[in-house]
Design a protein around this ligand. Structure first.
Ligand code: PMP
Length: 394
């Protein structure tokens, strides 16, 4: 039977990882892969996570099934963290899912059950996995204007004009904060306008919240999500605990739905649980239990927030240092956008020839669209990076 198949396209980021590993230069720099790295270039387990794991190991009594919706304490802790009191909980339902990706997956399946073949509008550009997940679910994908390659900010007027034209049959995917791949984000005033547009058109907001706490702070990064869910009757949120809890391989996320009223929320949730049951039956517990233990314990939560703040501040410091170094060396403010961007990534908005040049000449690896992971910048190499970027631009 397999003779009917042809080779599926490979993953570009994984291919780049392989290329980086094979590069024998000792001064090579990896700005490609999308995981947080500390000053030593590693992605360690957070201390709050280690402590929660020790407690779980000591207290664990059973490995019996968790249930289709997953860990209930985790679910309500994530609602508190992401939505707080922005919307009445009687209209909100949550199901644990494997990572932000699993959450996107089950929610897109739910959308397709509600509106088969609906169009989901994604930002141009967006995280490359959004499109295949949506298409796998049966949805159509279209784009709205987002990144301005001249200013490296958001083309807000064009974005809003596109959103204003949508109808109640459309779905709009928004990055709740820390846009991937661009690093360019909406201001609070712009979120207010997006919320008003969605309330007017009736298009369904679908928020991908994969980096809560990686931008300006837990509260600041939740502004857009909370504003939108407060403004509209229905919304979806896919939360990921991969980045902010450093739990990448535990595959922990939450699929959140907000319906018009409690009765519709119950029906939608029954469909969501039905999607899960027929996909992977139930989620794994470990990552969810870690997050539950941390968020429910005052001391562990404080420790986690301190660790998260340190990660965020390191990324902001690296952004400022790189922008400062390029400005000092080239006398140009053209790269100041790196300091203005937030989250783990910045899209430099430069051609692939630039990307290939710095890889060949300097051993600096980034994604082909010129996305850099700022957490991958070694602090003592900022000057080298600035020199390489300036030389490559010429
Ligand atoms: N959404 C976005 C925008 C992301 O960048 C990522 C991770 N790269 C995810 C969702 C999914 O994260 P995960 O499945 O690893 O939790």
């Amino acid at each position: 039977m397999f003779e009917t198949l042809t080779q599926a396209p490979g993953d570009k980021i994984l291919a780049l990882m392989g290329e980086f590993a094979a590069d024998t230069r000792t001064d090579k720099i990896d700005l490609g892969v999308g995981v947080y790295k500390d000053e030593a270039g590693t992605t360690p387990i957070m201390s709050s996570v280690k402590k929660a794991e020790a407690r779980i190991l000591a207290a664990g009594k059973t490995k019996t099934y968790l249930g289709i919706g997953g860990n209930k304490g985790f679910g309500s802790a994530i609602l508190d963290l992401s939505l707080a009191d922005a919307v009445d909980r009687s209209r909100v339902r949550v199901a644990q899912a494997p990572g932000g990706t699993g959450s996107l997956w089950v929610l897109m399946q739910l959308v397709n059950r509600a509106r088969p073949g609906a169009t989901i509008w994604v930002s141009d550009p967006t995280w490359p996995n959004h499109k295949p997940i949506a298409e796998n679910a049966g949805l159509k994908v279209a784009t709205y204007p987002y990144f301005d390659t001249t200013t490296r900010g958001v083309k807000f007027a064009e974005m809003l004009a596109a959103l204003d034209k949508l109808t109640k049959d459309d779905v709009v995917l928004l990055h709740g904060c820390c846009h991937n791949p661009t690093g360019a984000n909406l201001t609070n005033a712009q979120w207010d306008q997006v919320a008003a547009s969605l309330a007017k058109t009736g298009a369904l907001p679908f928020i991908d919240l994969a980096y809560l706490g990686f931008g300006d702070g837990l509260l600041e990064d939740a502004y857009g999500t909370r504003k939108i869910v407060a403004a509209v009757p229905e919304a979806l949120v896919a939360f990921s605990g991969s980045k902010n809890f450093g739990l990448y391989r535990e595959r922990i996320g939450a699929a959140i739905l907000i319906a018009r009223d409690a009765a519709q929320a119950d029906i939608a949730q029954s469909q969501l649980l039905n999607v899960i049951r027929s996909s992977y039956s139930q989620p794994p517990d470990h990552g969810a239990e870690i997050i539950r233990v941390i968020l429910e314990d005052k001391d562990l939560r404080a420790e986690w927030e301190t660790e998260l703040n340190a990660m965020r501040n390191r990324m902001i410091r690296l952004r400022e240092k790189l922008a400062d170094a390029i400005r000092a060396k080239s006398n140009s403010k053209n790269f100041d956008f790196i300091a203005a961007h937030r989250g783990m990534f910045s899209l430099l908005g430069l051609p692939n020839s630039f990307v290939e040049h710095v890889k060949a000449a300097n051993g600096i690896y980034m994604i082909g669209d010129s996305r850099i992971n700022v957490a991958g910048i070694p602090e003592d190499r900022v000057g080298d990076l600035a020199d390489a970027f300036i030389a490559a631009i010429g």
